[in-house]
Design a protein around this ligand. Structure first.
Ligand code: ADP
Length: 495
């Protein structure tokens, strides 16, 4: 098996670099590899095997065999035990996994540790669900016995993004495996490493071969092969809305596999004049700048009631200026580099578009340093609704701030987007909180908080932000199908 020795200030480890299929490490059939870049200094960390269509075929065949064989025979109780064991192993390996995540993705080490902890908690939670998936008996006529059962869908292709590599890995694998499916998961080409460490833990936990297969590769090759595969029963995707559409088309054009999509957002953060301003500023700051703005639910459109607008902008600027941007391995760092040159260039082009359109840069607006993909936390004011920076997802540490007059205005502006992933309301008035939350067309609404996701609570999009839900009991629905069995009682012949 190919491995690389990796070392950071926090941990050193033997990094698997192959494809994890059937609980074995293999090279790609074509022997291709690609480089993985450290976004903090732009150096190459290592190279990993690249899966092509042929490798996807092999991984899908392994997942099919496991689904029809060993995994189908496994009891729900054991499925749960295996997931919980995997959660324990992730926690036992938290230093290595977090260091790997910071190295590969650039996220601050404290945040990376948080991600690993949440990933383990998610797997443990779904481990608890495995033996609690139940059906129903439905009476129709006296001579019929009907039962409705929930069954796994089969082989699930899962395509994850680079912003929360290990957390998305757990969000996808947990419900799929708890429900009795098998998985071929493709990581994002920018961040394949932590998933490969976790793959070793799958084997160590005792999962039968083929239940969970992890491959590295590119979207247009391996991702496209998964979405169009005739023997993949379901595809679950997290990423951009553009790619989400492509995946849905591929599913429609192949075997009509089931599709769930968790896509982009342009989430509103609404601050009313009666809000606790210190708290609101902290959450607004966290809402946009957490994870370097690389969150699908980032609160990137900030609307503040006009009576407190000037004070809010001033204090928000002061708060954002205190965010420590720098070395991901420094315990004080809040914001590391953006994930890649491509993302860096994309974000800088949005910043240029904002400046050209006449918006005011309140703070930031520039690259930070000369090496690595660091961008200053950036706040734009004087932004009109039709500007690109107010309409499009930037996926970086850039937000727009504008005023609203009253509740109706706040709701109208909050909903003025094609997206509907998340929103937030800051107010001390209970009626305002509930009325506005109910009126916002978003899958999650936070009140006096932001980004506080929890594995017990469903998360996903209204409108163009997606189809289906991650997390909570709701995510199990994405991985189960309903079977009705109707039995005629008695021995009278029909007709
Ligand atoms: P971003 O633009 O932020 O990189 P993407 O939506 O392009 O996000 O990528 C998210 C995931 O989707 C990655 O794993 C990527 O490889 C995959 N992907 C990209 N293009 C395709 C495609 N055409 N078909 C399937 N998966 C894809």
């Amino acid at each position: 098996m190919s491995t690389a020795q990796l070392k950071t200030a926090h941990a050193s480890w033997e990094q698997p670099t192959g494809l994890f299929i059937n609980n074995e490490w293999v090279n790609g059939v074509d022997g291709k590899t690609f480089e993985v870049v450290n976004p903090a200094d732009e150096t190459v960390i290592t190279s990993v095997a690249e899966a092509t269509e042929k490798d996807v075929d092999i991984a899908v065949a392994a997942a099919r065999k496991a689904f029809e064989g060993a995994w189908r025979k496994e009891t729900p109780e054991n499925r749960g035990k295996l997931l919980r064991k995997l959660a324990d192993l992730m926690e036992a390996n938290i230093d290595k996994l977090a260091a790997c995540e910071s190295l590969d993705n650039g996220k601050a080490i404290t945040m990376a540790k948080g991600d690993v902890g949440m990933a383990a908690a998610t797997l443990r939670y779904y481990g608890g669900w495995a033996d609690k998936i139940e059906g129903k008996v439905v009476d129709t006529t006296p001579d019929t016995f009907n039962y409705i059962k929930k069954e796994p869908i089969g082989v699930c292709g899962q395509i994850i993004p680079w912003n929360f590599p290990i957390l998305m890995w757990a969000w996808k694998i947990g419900p799929a495996v708890a429900a009795g499916n098998t998985v071929v998961l493709k990581t994002a080409e920018q961040t394949p490493l932590s998933a490969l460490i976790a793959a070793n833990l799958i084997k160590e936990a005792g999962f039968p071969p083929g239940v969970i297969n992890i491959i590295s590769g590119f979207g247009k090759v391996a991702g496209a092969a998964i979405s169009a595969h005739m023997d993949v029963d379901k595809v679950a995707f997290t990423g951009s809305t553009v790619v989400g559409r492509t995946i849905m088309k591929a599913a429609a054009g192949s075997n009509l596999k089931k599709v769930t999509l968790e896509l982009g957002g342009k989430s509103p953060n609404l601050v009313f004049e009666d809000a606790d301003i210190d708290n609101a500023i902290s959450w607004v700051n966290f809402g946009i700048f957490f994870n370097h703005g690389q969150c699908c639910c980032a609160g990137s459109r900030i609307y503040v009631q006009e009576s407190i607008y000037d004070k809010f902008v001033q204090r928000f600027k002061e708060r954002a200026a205190k965010n420590v941007v720098g070395d991901p391995f420094d315990a004080n760092t809040f914001q590391g580099p953006q994930v890649s040159q491509v993302q860096f260039d994309r974000i800088m082009s949005y910043i240029d578009a904002g400046k050209t359109a006449g918006a005011t840069v309140e703070i930031g607006g520039k690259r930070k340093g000369e090496k690595g993909y660091f961008i200053e936390p950036t706040i734009f004011s004087n932004v009109s609704e039709d500007m690109k920076i107010m309409q499009e997802e930037i996926f970086g540490p850039v937000c727009s701030i504008a005023k609203f007059k009253n509740k109706e205005d706040a709701i109208r502006l909050g909903n003025a987007t094609t997206y509907g992933l998340a929103a937030a309301v800051h107010t001390s008035n209970l009626n305002t909180a509930i009325e506005v939350s109910n009126a916002l067309r978003a899958g999650t609404v936070w009140v006096n908080t932001y980004n506080t996701l929890h594995h017990q609570l469903p998360f996903g999009g209204f409108k163009e932000s997606g189809i289906g839900r991650e997390l909570g009991e709701a995510a199990l629905d994405n991985y189960l199908q309903t079977k009705t069995v109707s039995i005629r009682l008695g021995d009278a012949l029909f007709g």
